[in-house]
Design a protein around this ligand. Structure first.
Ligand SMILES: [Zn+2]
Length: 95
């Protein structure tokens, strides 16, 4: 089963967190709605509850959960984010 990996950018940052990397086999916009309504990960639930705006800033299509895990292990969310790293993100070929 293939899905989409997506990167959420938090505005403003919630405590020390400014990103959430997720994976869905459904529509990313639907998944974003889940996050915004507190039905996603714990982190996005508390951030959203605190009034933080969640933006989908990047997606990777035709990926698997293993790809998501691999990307998460890199722990490079700020570098992958076009808002936090406008100059370098396109050149980063992590996946
Ligand atoms: Zn960012």
């Amino acid at each position: 089963m293939m899905g989409t990996i997506y990167l959420l950018h938090f505005e403003p940052a919630y405590k020390h967190a400014q990103h959430y990397l997720g994976y869905t086999e459904r529509d990313v916009e639907d998944r974003l709605q889940d996050h915004q309504h507190g039905n996603g990960a714990r982190l996005t639930q508390v951030a959203s509850g605190a009034g933080v705006k969640l933006w989908v800033v990047r997606t990777w299509d035709n990926k698997t959960r293993d790809d998501e895990r691999r990307l998460k292990n890199h722990n490079h969310e700020p570098r992958l984010c076009p808002i936090c790293n406008p100059d370098g993100w396109e050149r980063r070929g992590v996946l």
